[in-house]
Design a binder for this molecule. Structure first.
Ligand SMILES: Cc1cc2nc3c(=O)[nH]c(=O)nc-3n(C[C@H](O)[C@H](O)[C@H](O)COP(=O)(O)OP(=O)(O)OC[C@H]3O[C@@H](n4cnc5c(N)ncnc54)[C@H](O)[C@@H]3O)c2cc1C
Length: 457
């Protein structure tokens, strides 16, 4: 007989896990199933990080993006306690409510082992930025650390394991919005189950699946923003002053040439650059460990130029995927790395020039020419911003500064909802990055808790 649950959660990232935690906390009698298409956390092994492969082998399930604990599992674990960035929950809830939920999620993480140390905003650095027309977002921030974050999530999952049904390697391929029947594909084949309430918490890895589902079910979607750019890698001492005081500088700049916004964020002090596989397209990202022995000589950060498309175009995710695919194509199925000096001189970085670089790459990417795949407008914005940043952290625009491409953040199409319940789909909710509401651990976690509270009111 088909299994019937009170609540089914699709996606085992921080949003789905926090929702499960709060549901059980509020009503231990609920029968809850959580379906995660990736591996259990302990079995998530990226061949590159395990040093079994030098480049991405495109695993069936990307260990970086998929599996219990979601995209955050191997993240640097920067936990942002602010509404200044990290998502758009304040478009749905008052800022004080969002902060309250972010704090609640933090207390849960601390309960499972997360650090209590916080980095505080710094006005002296903000002022230094303003002198050069650079704008620093301020936030309280915690650095959970890739290693400690993993342990914390492991404890949270262990706790949930005995209280809810967690199914891993279980890909939800369809949800019938009328009967609330889920189709779940596992290694054993396809089966169905049903649930009174269903939560889509599918993250970026599930954003295509989710937007396809919305389109099929005539749910209006909205999203026109795409951020495209590079991951910048340079000697850690260049940004040391900022890293010591605030841990993560998040700075934006409006380019003089186009008036576009370019953002520096996702800073990893003494970290390493990594690749990630989103629905078959390889892009770059970065992380860093709390453990001193795993730190590198380099820091890295994302530098992305924002484009908000207007009529008639409405497919920014495909646009970003195309640009990233171009980099995959010309690098022979990998990602590119180029020295800033070579890029500005209009020449490719080749193996020989990369060997001459004083900045040693932490990722084995293919030396090449980013101007062959990043559109001119975004590339101009990136170069202009690097020179602006060089004024507050001299050395940022050095010849040997390494640029990896492509890094892109595309924000999942946002479904029309009322209090996170999807329009025309009673009892079916969406939350987190996959629904385009959030783009951080803290807001995705807050979103999970909030929706769980709604369901148990
Ligand atoms: C390398 C990296 C570093 C990052 N660093 C930071 C950081 O330092 N600080 C920060 O705030 N944010 C960071 N982020 C972003 C952060 O991880 C996300 O904002 C957060 O994880 C979103 O949580 P979520 O629960 O919405 O989605 P996710 O964590 O993406 O989880 C969604 C889960 O759903 C699963 N899923 C998808 N579709 C299906 C389906 N059809 N069936 C079953 N399961 C499905 C996926 O496999 C995934 O495990 C980073 C992201 C990456 C990739």
């Amino acid at each position: 007989m088909e299994q019937n649950y009170d609540i089914a959660i699709i996606g085992g990232g921080i949003g789905g896990l926090m929702a499960a935690y709060r549901l059980i906390e509020r009503d231990p009698g609920l029968s809850i199933a959580l379906f995660e298409k990736g591996n259990p956390l302990s079995k998530r092994v990226c061949p590159i990080i395990a040093k079994k492969s030098k480049s991405c082998v495109k695993c069936n399930s990307c260990a970086i993006m998929e599996g219990l604990a979601g995209a955050g599992a191997f993240s640097d674990g920067k936990y942002v306690i602010s509404t200044e960035y990290g998502g758009w929950l304040t478009e749905f809830l008052p800022p004080e409510t969002v902060i309250d939920y972010i704090e609640q999620a933090d207390r849960i993480l601390v309960h499972f082992g997360a650090t209590t140390e916080r980095f505080m905003p710094n006005n002296e650095l903000k002022k230094r930025c303003l002198e050069f027309d650079l704008h620093m977002n301020q936030a309280q921030l915690k650095h959970l650390g890739t290693d400690s974050n993993f342990d914390t999530m492991m404890h949270l999952i262990d706790f949930l394991q005995s209280k809810i049904h967690i199914h891993t390697n279980a890909n939800v391929t369809d949800v019938d919005r009328s009967t609330h029947t889920l189709t779940v594909v596992t290694k054993e084949g396809s089966r169905t189950c049903s649930a009174g309430k269903i939560l889509f918490a599918v993250g970026r890895a599930g954003s295509l699946f989710f937007s396809d589902w919305c389109e099929k079910n005539h749910v209006p979607l909205h999203n026109n923003q795409v951020d495209i750019g590079v991951r910048v890698e340079l000697p850690a001492m260049v940004w040391e002053d900022f890293a010591k005081k605030i841990y993560e500088p998040k700075i934006w700049y409006r380019s003089k040439q186009y008036g576009d916004t370019t953002r520096m964020f996702c800073f990893n002090d003494r970290g390493q650059v990594v690749t990630e596989n989103t629905n078959g397209v390889l892009t770059v990202n970065g992380h860093s460990y709390r453990d001193e022995s795993r730190k590198t000589q380099n820091s890295n950060f994302a530098l992305l130029s924002t484009t908000n498309f207007t009529q008639p175009f409405k497919d920014p995710i495909e646009y970003a995927r195309h640009v990233a695919s171009l980099a995959n194509l010309i690098s022979g199925g990998s990602v590119l790395v180029q020295r800033l000096g070579d890029l500005e001189a209009g020449r490719r970085t080749d193996e020989k020039r990369l060997r001459q670089s004083t900045v040693r790459p932490t990722l084995d990417a293919v030396p090449g020419d980013l101007s062959l795949c990043i559109p001119k407008r975004q590339l101009d914005n990136i170069i202009e911003t690097l020179h602006a940043l060089d004024q507050i952290a001299p050395g940022t625009a050095n010849y040997d500064t390494l640029l990896y491409g492509i890094e892109c953040k595309y924000y999942s199409a946002r479904p029309k909802c009322t209090d996170f319940e999807i329009e025309g789909c009673p009892g079916i909710y969406a939350l987190g990055d996959g629904a385009g509401f959030t783009r951080s651990l803290s807001q995705a976690a807050a979103n999970g808790l909030y929706v769980a509270d709604l369901l148990t009111k």
